[in-house]
Design a protein around this ligand. Structure first.
Ligand code: URA
Length: 492
């Protein structure tokens, strides 16, 4: 019997090295015992570690599909996962297409493990709730979470990207992750008693949650499926759920009655119904909260009542993104302009016409593109009869970012094109220079590809006709780069 001891539960490299050496020496799956250093079983296990056989010369290739699956499945808590994966690897030597046989019991089991791990990562991304510890410069954001599987290292980079500008720690029983603004580090797990239980932002978050809770969309079963009860203990908003559900039918009737009297009333009046008459909500990103993935129509309806920043007060309505639910390309602008604010649709004014022309020239069909904005309310200052556009500020961009993130999670485009600095800030989660970075397609970590270009309004503002023509040509060139990247993604 060969006994292999891995350094940790997530030691994929160790497993891969050992599995390769064993398989290339024809060691049968039944003749290998796998364990993890320091695991409880060690205490009773008198089998000692065996030296791995040398790796003979020669190629040994396995399908990329298997490696991808193994990297996820190995994070499952099932103690038999190492043996299962080695058995699969062993069998792949005789049948290279084994992974395509979904009904094979080993393949099915490995798929189930990988699926459970991916689901656990998703739940961690969605249900971690940070609490503020300390004030101002000393502030740190700390969350408690209990994952089902060994996923903390897998899930942590998401939080580093999402909350890049705040120091945070995620405490779990097995492993804690910390972000100091430049790198993620890990320390051993802790007990729940070490996690904070409340903070000064909680009250505003609860008010915000109550304000976006839409009783007309309430599907209790679906909600409990997406947000299983076991996560509720760490969600401050969970204590609102039962009372909100109880009040839902009353509030729905009130909404219907309200709508019935004024079928075409503008959104501002709708916002003043019983459901949405709430105090100003906090900037969602600033309070470090996440929203769940859902369908576009639901998102649009929720966003219609958004008060995450003060811009809703003067705007006519929320201008949400538009386009096919699974468009391969997402274009992100800055914020609706005057025309968009009145029409309720993105990019229908002069900048939209410029955009349409450039898209057509680049061979991109706008009807196949999802078009949205980083900020979904029009920001302006009145000057007589004119409403003068104002650039959104960082708190407004941050407050609106959860909507973009939820659009992204729902549409799942292959490529996002950020038009202008505000869009770039939303897409990359930080201030990113347009001129220096435009026209380069880059991979967003765990996400789609992304590219920056200028905003079409910039072209409109150029006073000089030559400069306008030159810049327009560069804009079209960038869009052609996007079109080519989409073709590549489609072919891959
Ligand atoms: N500018 C934008 O950024 N978005 C629009 O929808 C219109 C103009």
């Amino acid at each position: 019997m060969h006994v292999v001891t891995l350094d940790s539960d997530t030691d994929f490299d160790g497993w891969r090295r050992a599995a390769r050496a064993l398989a290339m020496n024809d060691v049968r799956a039944a003749d290998v015992s796998w364990r993890v250093k320091g695991a409880a079983a060690d205490l009773f296990d008198d089998q000692s570690e065996t030296r791995l056989p040398d790796v003979p010369k020669g190629a040994f290739s396995v399908p990329a599909k298997f490696m991808e699956l193994a990297e996820s499945a190995i994070l499952h808590r099932d103690p038999n996962r190492f043996a299962l994966l080695y058995r699969l690897l062993w069998r792949l030597r005789a049948n290279h297409d084994l992974m395509d046989i979904a009904t094979d019991p080993d393949v099915a089991q490995a798929n189930a493990l990988a699926r459970a791990v991916r689901r656990d990562v998703h739940k961690m991304h969605a249900f971690v709730r940070f609490r503020e510890v300390g004030r101002e410069r000393e502030a740190r954001y700390v969350a408690w979470f209990e994952p089902e599987h060994h996923i903390v290292e897998r899930a942590a980079p998401f939080f580093a990207r999402r909350f890049a500008d705040m120091p945070w720690s995620i405490l779990t029983p097995e492993l804690c992750a910390h972000w100091d603004g430049s790198r993620v580090s890990f320390t051993p797990g802790v007990s729940k008693a070490e996690a904070p239980t409340e903070d000064r932002l909680e009250e505003v978050w609860l008010r915000y949650y109550a304000s976006i809770f839409n009783p007309a969309r309430l599907k209790v079963k679906a909600m409990e499926k997406e947000m299983p009860k076991k996560y509720w203990q760490n969600l401050p908003e969970a204590k609102l759920i039962q009372p909100l559900i109880a009040a839902a039918s009353r509030r729905t009737s009130a909404m219907i009655a309200d709508e019935g009297t004024e079928p075409h009333k503008p959104q501002k009046r709708v916002e003043e119904t019983a459901m949405t008459r709430k105090p100003k909500a906090p900037a969602a990103a600033e309070t470090s909260r996440e929203m769940a993935v859902t369908d576009l129509q639901t998102l649009r309806e929720e966003a219609a009542a958004c008060r995450a920043c003060p811009l809703w007060k003067d705007a006519t309505q929320t201008v949400f993104g538009e386009g096919p639910e699974h468009a391969p390309l997402m274009l992100v602008g800055e914020q609706p302009g005057d025309k968009e604010d009145l029409a309720g649709h993105p990019f229908v004014g002069p900048a939209g016409q410029m955009l349409d022309r450039a898209l057509a020239e680049a061979g991109i069909d706008r009807s196949k593109v999802y078009v949205t904005n980083a900020v979904k309310h029009f920001k302006f200052v009145p000057r007589g009869k004119i409403r003068l556009h104002q650039k959104p500020a960082t708190p407004e961009i941050k407050a609106c970012r959860p909507w973009y993130e939820r659009e992204l999670a729902t549409v799942r485009p292959a490529l996002v094109v950020a038009m202008g600095a505000t869009a770039a800030q939303a897409v990359f989660g930080k201030i990113t220079q347009v001129t220096k970075n435009r026209g380069h397609v880059v991979d967003l970590p765990e996400g789609p590809q992304a590219m920056i270009t200028v905003h079409p309004s910039y072209l409109l503002r150029l006073p000089d006709a030559d400069a306008k023509a030159r810049e327009y040509a560069l804009f079209v060139k960038d869009l052609k780069i996007a079109a080519a990247a989409l073709k590549r993604a489609d072919a891959a």
